[in-house]
Design a protein around this ligand. Structure first.
Ligand code: NDP
Ligand code: 8X3
Length: 253
């Protein structure tokens, strides 16, 4: 059943974002899906249209570029700016290395994507939510926000920043009835490790051997649950891991 509601999901070309798009489509939302890979967005649009009759708007932009973010979102027709749920999901980790050996370009990419990208998208969308005194922002953090692990230094810091920004947003947006939820997943088998290890499939696969990790759909279910609660109920902060994982550091293999 169509709800008339709109969700904007960043990083919808893979993993959690793609699974969230499918989950929200199933629940009758209209969707704005974003990412850098246009062909994947087009395929997703077609899939959701066929399966659920979903109306989607696909926007190709790099969240690291303030100009691209603002231009892509501002040029949307006004009807698409009535966003009910923003899922700030686009993000990545690059490599595992000690602080004295880390690649500073990788650091820039992680900080620019995970922190500044989330801020640029939010800063553009929040005034539209504020004007309607309603909205829900779901920021995807990580267990890495809660527990720093060896060689995770900068990635963990970006996710700690997402945690802090979520707390700040929640306070600042209280007067407007806008909900802010931070969802912090543990290890989930998506393209995350393939990206982290720069295409090394064996190394990526190894992260998830010996235990059953989360699936993207598990995280999408949790995001949907948070978004589906009544207007007076807000989950502020939620950590979800595979049963075999205690925190970012300890996984029972
Ligand atoms: P995937 O690699 O499967 O998906 C990442 C998504 O982010 C892609 O759609 C990608 O799109 C998008 N993205 C990355 N960089 C940019 C950019 N510069 N501009 C626009 N979009 C971008 O990873 P996950 O689904 O696993 O990760 C999603 C989020 O969840 C990330 O923030 C990640 O840090 C976090 N997370 C992941 C966990 C895991 O174990 N998998 C656990 C906890 C948190 P495209 O390449 O097309 O631009
Ligand atoms: C992703 C989870 O532990 O691989 O945020 O960094 S972890």
């Amino acid at each position: 059943m169509k709800t008339g509601k709109i969700a904007l999901i960043t990083g919808a070309t893979a993993g959690f974002g793609e699974a969230c798009a499918e989950r929200f489509a199933r629940e009758g939302y209209r969707l704005i899906v974003t990412g850098r890979r246009t062909e994947r967005l087009t395929a997703l649009q077609e899939k959701l249209r066929t399966a659920y009759g979903t109306e989607t708007l696909a926007l190709t932009f790099d969240v690291r570029s303030k100009a691209e973010v603002v231009a892509a979102l501002e040029q949307m027709p006004d009807a698409w700016k009535q966003i009910d749920v923003l899922v700030n999901n686009a993000g990545l980790a690059l490599d595992l290395s000690t602080i004295d050996e880390g690649d500073t370009d990788d650091w820039d990419t992680m900080i620019d994507t995970n922190v500044k990208g989330l801020l640029y998208v939010s800063r553009t969308v929040i005034p539209w939510m504020k004007a309607r005194n309603s909205g829900h922002i779901v920021n995807i953090g990580s267990t890495a926000a809660k527990t720093v692990y060896a060689k995770g230094n900068v990635y963990c810091a970006t996710k700690s920043a997402v945690d802090a920004i979520s707390q700040g947003m929640r306070i600042d947006l209280l007067p407007y009835g806008i909900k802010v939820t931070a969802v912090h997943p543990g290890a989930a088998e998506t393209e995350f490790s393939l990206v982290r290890f720069k295409g090394d499939e064996d190394r990526a696969k190894d992260v998830y051997t010996g235990f059953q990790p989360l699936k993207a759909e598990d995280v999408a279910d949790v995001v949907w649950y948070c978004a589906s609660l009544p207007p007076h109920v807000c989950i502020n902060d939620l950590v979800v891991t595979a049963t075999a994982q205690a925190n970012a550091y300890y996984t029972f293999k």
